[in-house]
Ligand binder design. Structure first.
Ligand code: CO8
Length: 373
């Protein structure tokens, strides 16, 4: 029987960063402009004045201190509040393709492989910058992979669901190795004028190389002991941007064409579901929570991760057991748990067990138990 292993990972981090103070300053400047422009309606009681944001709230409620973004100036311009990412010609690589290639190259180098060793590319992320041709086929071409490629989206769980698809392809023999790449440009679909969510997301791209065990050196990478996927429909995280928007002019400009969520409900409903999914998965693998050396959790909210770790372990987890990258990256959707894995996996010893677990819109949960070879 063919066994799949994770032999390499890669990360592309946009160089520009925005810290909470910078973001809040721009938001509050926008609020002043907005409230000034609507002073009469506000005075008449026909409109509510927008309230200022605060850095201390952001850090306390989420654990986020800063985020990396593709473009800083557009987001911080109170007259614009959106990244400035110029459209590229069809003969140029797309932005997501550039990010993906950078992350894939690092994953290949880490595994000691080249594009010639790869048969498939899955681009798995929350938003594709165009419907077609598939971004993955462009990435395949840019890397020089002879094989097949497809795009897939399960929001924050795209990378872990993509990982299962890659494992399936390798283990059923349809590919020798598969790159799963997640170019997340969350700043492109975040409403920077919304106080409740303007601080939540950042941009990054991760890549994972999944190969046949027999094609890797002994002791290299991570065995995949099992994947567990779960979905349960919810409207609490939603984005109605789509190709049918032009079919109804009344919808244009509504805030639901960007990310919207009921953050409290998400927190309350998803945390127990995630802990239950991990515990059931461990039970199915005849493992106990205490067997876990590390949990690479989805990086949306620090308090949420602490609660999940406590539910799984029955005690508080330290940052060595459940590493945090959201302070530096914010929520990068499906890239988050993979960034945590990429940055915090090399110190594990042979035989050490860990779980990569993503959760988010859908709801969707993807949990992958791995063992250091
Ligand atoms: N500054 C100051 N005060 C604020 C701010 C702000 N920026 N925002 C809200 N407040 C105020 C509120 O008005 C409220 O005031 P009051 O008590 O007077 O009503 C108070 O602070 C508390 O507000 P909340 O109840 O909203 O605050 P929470 O403590 O719940 O924290 C969080 C908000 C941080 C959003 C939290 O609920 C959270 O993180 N929940 C989990 C969310 C989560 O994990 N979501 C995952 C979604 S991501 C995903 O699945 C991917 C989707 C696809 C990618 C999309 C990319 C764009």
């Amino acid at each position: 029987m063919i066994k799949a292993v994770i032999s390499g990972t890669g990360l592309y981090t946009p160089p520009a960063t925005i810290d909470n103070d910078e973001l809040v300053e721009a938001f509050n400047a926008f609020v002043e402009i907005h409230n000034g422009q609507h002073a009469d309606e506000i005075a008449r009681g026909d409109m509510e004045a927008l309230q200022p944001s605060s850095s201390s709230f952001i850090e306390k409620a989420s654990g986020i201190k800063r985020r990396h973004v593709i473009d800083k100036s557009g987001i911080l311009d109170p007259e614009r509040m959106a990244p400035h990412i110029p459209e590229r010609g069809n003969d140029e690589p797309s932005v997501q393709c550039d990010m993906a290639v950078a992350a894939c190259k690092e994953a290949l180098a880490q595994a000691g492989k080249t594009a010639a060793d790869v048969d498939a590319v899955i681009v798995a992320c929350s938003n594709m910058q165009r419907p077609y041709p598939a971004i993955s086929v462009e990435v395949q071409d840019a890397l020089g992979v002879d094989g097949f490629a497809y795009d897939m989206n399960v929001a924050c769980s795209s990378a872990t669901f993509g990982l299962q698809a890659a494992v399936n392809s390798v283990e059923n023999g349809s590919a020798r190795s598969v790159l799963v790449v997640s170019p997340e440009i969350c700043s492109g679909h975040l409403n920077f004028r919304d106080r409740d969510s303007h601080f939540i997301f950042g941009d990054a791209c991760t890549a994972i190389l999944v190969e046949r065990e027999e094609d890797t050196a002994s002791g290299q990478g991570f065995e995949i002991l099992g994947t567990s996927l779960k979905t349960k429909f919810s409207n609490n995280i939603r984005n109605n941007f789509g190709f049918l928007n032009r079919g109804d002019e009344a919808g244009i400009g509504k805030p639901d064409k960007l990310f919207v969520q009921q953050g409290r409900k998400v927190f309350k409903e998803v945390s127990p579901l995630v802990a239950e999914t991990i515990l059931n998965q461990l039970k199915g693998l005849s493992l106990a929570a205490d067997d876990l050396r590390r949990m690479w959790l989805h990086q949306a909210n620090l308090n949420m991760n602490q609660l999940i770790a406590r539910k799984v372990l029955g005690r508080d987890a330290d940052t060595d057991e459940a590493p945090v990258i959201l302070d530096e990256y914010a929520n990068t959707s499906s890239a988050g748990s993979i960034i945590a894995f990429h940055k915090h996996k090399d110190d594990l010893k042979s035989g050490d067990l860990g779980v990569i677990c993503s959760f988010g819109a859908g709801y969707s949960i993807g949990s992958v138990v791995v063992r250091r070879r």
